[in-house]
Design a protein around this ligand. Structure first.
Ligand code: ADP
Length: 443
């Protein structure tokens, strides 16, 4: 019997264990940290052996194959040891893909993955398609393949998942954009990160589709390097050569495979970045054969995703917007770009090597104030203080919201779009967004 060892028992690892057990493997799960109770129960219910708080080498290095959680870096000592022993390491998505013939709609990019994935799922479900939501969005593909198979899977893929994928084939692949992110996990080499993203193309055939943003300079450069077999479906903000999806004279248009259009104003998601996300989602749904009226309806009634340009409340004439998910500069750029009134920007947190020059012009154009929110705000002071815009220095959400309230005048927008990860002051970006929303609602 082949032995599969799973490193990391979160959503993906626990799901992979259930599928591996079902497929008759000798399965062992090991996690360096504590395993959540719900996953322990899942493993126990399926008779899977597990350990937490440490890795027992003898029980791991005898594996025929390792399934690695996307959260574990390749530099982790145990991964190094597995690589030294030439044990094949794969991701949960790769593993699950071996045991299903369902159609895979896969979404990757530096920004917009969760929004686009959720929007496509919304369209598929509303159209009555049998679809499962999976991947980086927080639902295990393997568990669904094992226990509640679907005809379609709508899968959000991070670069870390793509890193450990080899034979998996995306029937419909979407590449939204590539901008620097997570470089700490790619030896600070942008090309390594780009290569990971481009893996979404591998194994695609003539029967498949590749949807991508036509104006992304990084994608453009990469495309020449690949022999792309899939049908290419580029989209752009405005009509241009080659694009099959775009906005023209206030109309959202898709040319292929079934011509489709609707009023841009009817799209429920606002902001330039969401035009891209809505185009990618519409093209994917069109390719999957969903009827025009279904796509139109779902693009206009999608409620949006929490912590992404989420309108919280209007207090004293000031609109508060939670974009806590903006953990890099590019995401903040798009948030600022979509602001319609003078904006108080909340920025700061755990900086991943940000270059704030990218948002400098927009900050000058849109911001009436900046509130720093981080354990260490020095880099922000150094960059933004001299710009002639009022600033405030805060180290907790309570002080931050109070500072915003003081700075904002009726008609202003307060935008939490921090450019940074949240771990210096918060558990995660959700915690940061929740604290913001609670304090705003109590103003
Ligand atoms: P991801 O899952 O890739 O992190 P999300 O949909 O969660 O993407 O959005 C993350 C952040 O990026 C949000 O702050 C959002 O406003 C911004 N964003 C969403 N779509 C795009 C896009 N197509 N291009 C640039 N930024 C985007």
């Amino acid at each position: 019997m082949k032995r599969i060892v799973i490193l990391g028992a979160g959503e993906s690892g626990a799901g992979a264990a259930v599928l591996a057990k079902k497929e008759g493997f000798d399965v062992f799960v090991s996690d360096m940290s504590a395993i959540k109770d719900k996953y322990k129960k899942l493993l126990d219910d399926h008779g899977v052996e597990w350990e937490e708080g440490h890795h027992t080498e003898e029980k791991i290095l005898n594996a025929d194959e390792i399934i690695k959680s996307p959260g574990i870096p390749k530099e982790a000592p145990m991964i190094r040891k597995c690589m030294e022993k030439n044990i094949h390491i794969i991701s949960e998505i790769e593993f699950a893909g071996r045991y299903t013939h369902s159609k895979m709609v896969c979404i990757t990019g530096s920004n917009g993955k969760t929004t686009t994935t959720s929007l496509i799922y919304h369209i598929f479900k509303n159209a009555g398609y049998d679809a499962g939501l999976a991947g980086n969005i927080g639902k295990s593909l393997a568990l669904q393949v094992a226990e509640e198979p679907h005809e379609y899977y709508i899968i959000e893929l991070s670069s870390f998942q793509l890193d450990d994928m080899y034979d998996f084939r995306a029937n419909i692949a979407i590449l939204l954009n590539i901008t620097p992110d997570h470089l700490d996990r790619y030896d600070f080499c942008m090309q390594n990160y780009v290569d990971a993203k481009m893996r979404i193309l591998q194994n695609q055939t003539q029967e498949d589709s590749f949807i991508y943003w036509n104006d992304d300079p990084v994608i453009k450069k990469e495309l020449d390097k690949y022999d792309i077999k899939a049908v290419k479906c580029p989209f752009s903000e405005l009509k241009e050569k080659g694009s099959i999806g775009y906005i023209e004279e206030g109309q959202y248009k898709i040319e292929y495979p079934t011509p489709f259009n609707m009023e841009q104003e009817e799209l429920s998601l606002t902001g330039k970045h969401n035009i891209y996300n809505s185009l990618a989602a519409g093209i994917a749904s069109n390719i999957a054969g969903i009827k025009k009226e279904e796509i139109r309806k779902s693009l206009s009634d999608f409620p949006g995703v929490e912590h992404r340009l989420e309108k919280v409340a209007t207090v004293g004439g000031v609109l508060y917007v939670n974009d806590s998910k903006a953990t890099n500069v590019d995401a903040c750029w798009y948030a600022l770009e979509s602001m319609k009134t003078p904006t108080i920007l909340i920025i700061g947190g755990k900086d991943k090597g940000n270059d704030y020059n990218e948002i400098k012009d927009l900050v000058k154009k849109k911001c009436a104030g900046i509130v720093y929110l981080g354990a260490d705000n020095k880099k922000l002071h150094d960059f933004f203080d001299g710009m002639g815009i009022p600033v405030a220095d805060t180290h907790c959400m309570k002080d931050c919201v109070e500072a915003c309230e003081k700075m904002a005048k009726p008609g202003y927008t307060v935008l939490l779009s921090p450019c940074c990860a949240s771990f210096d002051l918060f558990k995660n970006m959700e915690d940061r967004g929740e604290q913001f929303k609670t304090l705003v609602r109590n103003l």
